[in-house]
Design a protein around this ligand. Sequence first.
Ligand code: ATP
Ligand code: AMO
Length: 434
Amino acid sequence: MQDRTYTADAEPGDEVTVAGWVHEIRDLGGIAFLILRDTTGKIQIKFEKEEMDDDLVETGLDVSRESVIKVSGGVEEEPRAPTGVEVTPESLEVVAPADPELPLDPSGKVDADLSTRLDNRTLDLRKDDVQSIFEIRSGVLNAVRDQFREFDCTEINTPKIVATGTEGGTELFPITYFGEEAFMNQSPQLFKQLIAGSNVERVFEIGPIFRAEEHNTPRHLNEATSIDFEGAFCDHEDAMDVAEGIVKSAYEAVQENFGDELEALGIADEFEVPEGDFPRISYEEAIERINATGELDEQLVWGDDLSTPAEEALGQDVGGHYFITDWPSEIKPFYIKDHDDDPELSTGFDLMHPRMELVSGGQREHRHEKLIEGFEQQGLDPDQFEYYTKMFKYGMPPHAGFGLGGERLLMTLLNLDNIREAVLFPRDRQRLSP
Ligand code: ATP
Ligand code: AMO
């Protein structure tokens, strides 16, 4: 609408046409107020009943909450109005009426459970705090892209319909591809490696990953956003540096550009950009420290994966972001390289937030023969991966990378209780629509 003024831009003395949703109507008898809301904020529309056209007053005060209206009139200063100005309407059009029975209350006065909110996302997003999450999400992805460019990376897009899995066969969604068995991609892992092995060298991708996890937890999704990096001539230490830089860039961007949104979410006072280098703790030290907390019923032994309570115990002990390095080779995937001086130890690492894992990564096995051996050790058929392994015969440099869960980054950054709050339309065990 060309002649439309955003509520935030309406200045005393202006003649404006504002358009948006009916947030609230307060009828005080001789005078009534309608609060109109748009993407920039809210503005008060004043109805002085005795002095105004009856039809205009009636249309304005009969309209149901959340209807879309368009109001033209003069803007005046009014210290008692919520934003210090108000519009005296000369005309009012109901553009799209709303059913008075709303499935949730966008004014936020009545709480709705997450499931009702997700079923009615359009209405849910009319709330300042919910909208703020997605404004921040957009800003975080921007910041991450900028930071990857600073790191000389090229953005790539890899296929989401694929022939093989990479992260363990049980978590694949099968689909039929012209009569052939295919899968939704679990990770851009193999493709990003294939590109890092070309002259492009340093790549990143922000895209969906699909995991048929049975988990129904506050931190698992069946469709998530993976922020992936892969760099040629990088080792696992370099990949950790990049992961740390990317996570910090997200916090810095939020601190710098999203003060109002943090305020709307009620976390402006507690929000902090992580300071100093993230400690790098070996797996061996990690299990010792977890055991020493006494938080677990059973002591961990070398080779155990870290359970959620184990991660939580260590997270509390460390108190900030940290890496776990040098994992046992046997619990890391085939593409992770072992240390040259100790084949029991891998170059795999995880970047942890005190609440949960954010990143997995490592240096990759770039030697063709060793790679084939790795498939066999994990019971995988190397022939199925020939499209990938054959490129390791034509000059594959050492390389390393990582995958960072976009929603987990947001969830921990904004201290959200549930990962679903960081996705517009989450996919989980119970939810396939909207
Ligand atoms: P006034 O003479 O100040 O315009 P009024 O006598 O016409 O007010 P009332 O019906 O007495 O209107 O006001 C009802 C309530 O609305 C009062 O608490 C008053 O402070 C408040 N009020 C009046 N005008 C505004 C306004 N423009 N913005 C916000 N609140 C207002
Ligand atoms: P991994 O399987 O550990 O590693 O995944 C990387 C990161 O992605 C996020 N993530 C998820 N987030 C929400 N719901 C899920 N179901 C989910 N699964 C994963 C997590 C996790 O740390 N190819 C490797 C990465 C690499 O080595 O480059 C991989 O996919 O934050």
